[in-house]
Design a protein around this ligand. Structure first.
Ligand SMILES: [Zn+2]
Length: 990
């Protein structure tokens, strides 16, 4: 017999001697106990079920001393048939109903087992009398003495050994338990450790068990739920056919379930629900609570029960949801309200229960949410004027959370009494916390605080507990609930104080301790600019927007003075020599944890002018150049990258099924759309930095290697589709294909895109800065930008004595400029000579402009032409005309340039800001600023806005657009101060 488990849950098999003998894959049957490999070790396991699959027979195993949730299907290969198996005893069938019965030779265990028997085996109804259920604390106190026996080590290895020995000497096992118990008791005196408890639960038996055979087998292996993949722990009664699916799909809003991905995709297109279907009864910065009536939302609540059953072992509350209210906790984002956890509660509880079932979904566990759910249930009881207690039995994790909640809160109340020198009563504590007196008393006993002294009951708080509580409080400050809210959610609703103008714009900067980067110089500029501004609303928008990148998107930064990095994964080549050394900065776009080369350069642009004044900004920008250089070396064709390997930040997937050549490493690359402007932005970041700081600190081997890599791409991507000599088709070095129903998300002709002619001097770009595919690969704005940035880099290289490379870059720069002027300028019937958006060298041209930078509208901002240039002026008239640019959108609320990325109703505020930057007309500039201001009701600049409904916008956290707004204001402060500053203010320069 194996070493016992704390709850008295039977380990595999029983004490009754069994027939032993050799088995084969064919003769092995349900109920047998065999040796099965788990985590590299042989483990004793009971076969609970057998199934035939395409790859052969599979056996569902419950392992000795492992929590049920670690049960799994194993193939034949993992079973050791050289060892005897134990055959199920015929009379064993009866025993199975109460498997915990032990042979009389094990008295200690038998005692515990009785307790286990007392607990209800199967709960069809949620109502359960307290009398038949042991109090969780009583159970816990006993457990304290038992636990050592089940879990010797954290990794479970020593456990496995214990179980091997024990099975060889069945009699000795229980004696060992007794010995350990005494010793352990001493150790555990005065408190418990939640971390250890959970770890022990993981490896040991469940405290609450449902012994019904069918529900012993986990039927669903994987669930796709919103952005998360969930791996269920327990059986849940989804339709039987779902058990055969590798993955099932659950809509995170209506909770409908699908075994078929296509059916699920169809559903997602139709499903309009964005939050749980009841009333939102509570909201703070972090979470919302919804109250849902089981009778009114029967289907939804049943679906919730099915979902939660996968993570709750003991509950079977899914037939009749009518008598219950469901309280669902959710976090908010611009995608909707995402379920974090819930508890259910009987509308009328005869036993005074205030919680029936309680669960935090696995992806949110151990973050402090469970505590909040419990707290909420007691707050409801307080409002009702009742004392409450959770219904028993509780789930494993529920039990732990409650114990901790009770002891912490009682301790806090007692410490309060102590400070006030008040007399304390059990009833007083009970009323203060809406806890039953029984729960209070049990908790006091468990914490050994109740003493009987000179015929008087007293409560003594051990010094140790006070210290422990202080420590806990410090630790809890670090959990996300009490620390920093997720800014993606924070940005979706307004925070006070509001600005004093007619728009009353909210203050959207995160709390100072939650900001991702601090600079005194940035704070100074905010003060100097906003104090001069005439419109308090515009000032508020600047106050929020200017620090948006430093406040929220510097996800990782090191000044590099203490890192000695060795590449962890992959092969180390000569290209990796010196990688990731010195300062590095990882700048995310906003709501996606990845760095876009283009976005990050533009996000940092407003701070470039501070590089000389603030060493912190200097390091931040230098780090950003270094990080981008590593990205370009890693995958020059890619546009968005994963966190630096030195950052310890997690890698995310973009969820797409892309086929890309050259192949890339997904742990380094987030997305691999080849955009010529991304590479131009890599140069621009360093050029801007050099221009403002006069520093060439980024001129190291890595940066030069990145520039060489960039030049290789220019060479490869200036190759035409057909060989100019032979006329033969040549496959392009870069191809991209995505499974999608959106035309702009993939490239036609097997991932190559439309043919391009030879002899243009232009370089192909597969995608636009909007991340949409180009229609014709010679994308003019990126060619223009690349020409400008190569020229700027050439200049700084020349100044730094790198003549030959400077010359090479200058040649490329001139070649591109000539190409743009020769092939990118076309004669338009209405507007005259204009720049085309895209051309192919055969004479075809796409006449439009997109809001994203670089654009035709931005040509003067990029430094390619002067704003007064006649071709540019013709172009500008065309692209700001509804009849000249298909993506110039107007409506009753808003107007501006949009693009195919979001659709034909949404214009982008960014285009209005570029329009202001390229205009000399006071009226035009004022009009642009007013539109942007009006659309920024949440105090930040959105990505795009529906031209007819300002409330329909995309992205509430989009640092790039806010960076462009800040640059626009700083440009006007210098160029046209009278438009934004109070009367008589002089030009302001950072
Ligand atoms: Zn749905």
């Amino acid at each position: 017999m194996a070493a016992g488990t704390p709850s008295g849950e039977p380990t595999v098999g029983s004490d009754t001697p069994r027939l032993r003998g050799k088995a084969t894959p064919e003769t092995l049957k349900t109920g047998c106990i065999a040796w099965v490999e788990k985590e590299g070790q042989p483990r004793r396991a009971e076969i609970l079920s057998i199934k035939e699959t395409k790859s052969g027979k599979q056996f569902y195993c419950n392992f000795d001393n492992f929590n049920k949730r670690l049960d799994e299907w194993v193939p034949v290969a993992r079973i050791d048939f050289s060892q005897d198996v134990e055959w199920p005893n015929p009379e064993k069938e009866k025993l199975k109903e109460s498997k915990s019965k032990k042979a009389p030779s094990a008295p200690k265990k038998a005692q515990v087992s009785k307790k286990a028997q007392k607990r209800p085996g199967k709960r069809e109804q949620s109502v359960q009398s307290e009398a038949t259920t042991p109090h969780p604390w009583t159970e816990f106190v006993e457990l304290q003495g038992q636990r050592k026996s089940s879990s010797v080590g954290l990794d479970g290895d020593s456990q496995a050994r214990a179980s091997v020995e024990a099975s060889a000497t069945p009699a000795g096992a229980d004696e060992m338990d007794v010995d350990d118990k005494e010793e352990d008791n001493k150790k555990e005196e005065g408190g418990f450790n939640r971390e250890d408890e959970i770890e022990k639960l993981r490896t040991s038996g469940s405290m609450t068990q449902n012994p019904a055979e069918i529900s012993r087998i986990r039927n669903i292996s994987k669930v796709q739920f919103g952005r998360n993949d969930l791996f269920p722990w327990y059986f849940s009664p989804y339709p039987e056919a779902f058990g055969q699916e590798d993955v099932i799909f659950i809509c995170e809003f209506c909770l409908s379930y699908y075994g078929d991905e296509r059916a699920f995709t169809r559903h997602r297109k139709k499903c309009t629900l964005l939050h749980p279907p009841g009333n939102e009864i509570y909201r703070d910065d972090y979470v919302s609570f919804f109250e849902i009536d089981g009778r009114r939302q029967r289907t939804w609540c049943r679906n919730l029960c099915l979902l939660s059953k996968m993570f709750l072992d003991h509950k079977t509350l899914y037939y009749d949801v009518d008598p219950f209210l469901f309280y669902v906790m959710a976090t908010r984002s611009d995608k909707g309200c995402h379920i974090v956890g819930y508890f259910s509660k009987e509308k009328e509880s005869a036993d005074g229960y205030n919680v029936a079932c309680i669960l935090t979904l696995p992806q949110y566990q151990r973050k402090g949410f469970g505590r909040l759910l419990i707290q909420f249930s007691y707050e409801l009881s307080k409002i009702e004027g009742k004392l409450g207690s959770p219904e028993k039995p509780l789930s494993d994790l529920g039990l732990l959370s409650y114990r901790q909640y009770w002891s912490e809160n009682i301790l806090d109340v007692l410490l309060g009494y102590n400070e006030r020198d008040d007399k304390v009563t059990i009833e007083g504590i009970s009323t203060a916390l809406a806890m039953t007196t029984q729960d209070v008393e049990h908790t006091l006993q468990a914490m050994k605080m109740q003493v009987y002294h000179k015929s008087d009951h007293k409560i003594v708080i051990p010094e140790k507990l006070i210290k422990q509580r202080e420590k806990q409080k410090l630790k809890q400050k670090r959990v996300p609930l009490k620390a920093c809210p997720n800014y993606a959610a924070y940005a979706t609703y307004p925070h006070r104080p509001l600005s004093t103008g007619p728009l009353a714009l909210p203050f959207q900067r995160p709390d100072p301790r939650c900001r991702t980067f601090h600079s005194d110089e940035i704070e100074r500029v905010i003060k100097e600019v906003t104090s001069r501004m005439a419109d308090p609303d515009l000032a508020r928008l600047f106050e929020n927007a200017f620090p948006s990148t430093t406040d929220t998107t510097v996800k990782f930064h090191t000044n590099g003075r203490d890192t000695a990095f060795v590449r962890m994964a992959g092969s180390r080549s000569s290209r990796d020599e010196g990688a990731w050394q010195g300062p590095h900065s990882f700048i995310i776009t906003g709501d996606i944890i990845a760095e876009w080369l283009r976005d990050s350069t533009n996000q940092l642009r407003p701070y470039q002018a501070l590089a000389k004044k603030d060493p912190a900004i200097f390091d931040l920008l230098l780090g950003a150049v270094n990080t981008q250089a590593e990205y370009v070396i890693e995958s020059p064709y890619c546009n968005a990258f994963q966190p630096p390997p030195i950052s310890d930040l997690p890698i995310t997937s973009n969820g797409q099924d892309d086929v890309v050549h050259p192949v890339y490493e997904p742990s380094a690359v987030f997305e691999c759309k080849y955009e010529l402007d991304s590479l131009a932005h890599f140069l621009a970041l360093a050029n801007d930095f050099y221009e403002h700081s006069d520093s060439t600190a980024f001129l190291n081997d890595r940066w030069f290697l990145a520039v060489d890599t960039l030049l290789e791409v220019l060479e490869q991507q200036s190759q035409p589709t057909f060989d100019p000599e032979t006329g033969r088709y040549r496959r392009n070095d870069y191809t991209f294909q995505r499974s999608t129903n959106t035309g702009t998300e993939t490239l036609n002709l097997q991932g190559i895109g439309n043919p391009l002619n030879s002899g243009t001097g232009l370089v192909r770009s597969a995608f636009r800065p909007s991340d949409d595919a180009t229609i014709l690969g010679f994308f003019i704005p990126a060619n223009a930008m690349m020409s400008v940035e190569l020229g700027r880099t050439a200049k700084l290289l020349k100044a730094a004595d790198h003549g030959p490379l400077a010359e090479k870059l200058m040649k490329w720069s001139e070649k591109l400029r000539t190409g743009v002027m020769e092939h990118g300028v076309v004669k338009h019937k209405k507007y005259g000579d204009v720049f085309a958006y895209e051309v192919d060298g055969y004479g075809s041209a796409i006449m439009m402009d997109d809001a994203n930078y670089p654009s035709l509208l931005a040509l003067p901002v990029m430094g390619f032409v002067d704003a007064k240039d006649p071709i540019y002026q013709n172009t500008r008239r065309m692209i700001l005309d509804k009849l000249g640019n298909p993506y110039y959108l107007t409506g009753k609320d808003f107007k501006g340039i949009g693009g195919p990325h979001i659709g034909l109703r949404n214009a982008w505020p960014m285009s209005l800001l570029i329009q202001a930057q390229t205009s000399d007309s006071d009226d035009e500039i004022k009009e642009c600023l007013n539109y942007v201001l009006k659309s920024a009701r949440l105090g930040l600049v959105h990505e795009s806005v529906d031209v007819n409904y300002l409330s329909q916008y995309t992205r509430s956290w989009f640092a790039w657009a806010n960076g462009v707004f800040a640059v626009t204001i700083l440009d006007l402060a210098k160029r046209k101060p009278h438009l934004i500053f109070k009367h008589g203010a002089s030009p302001y320069e950072v």
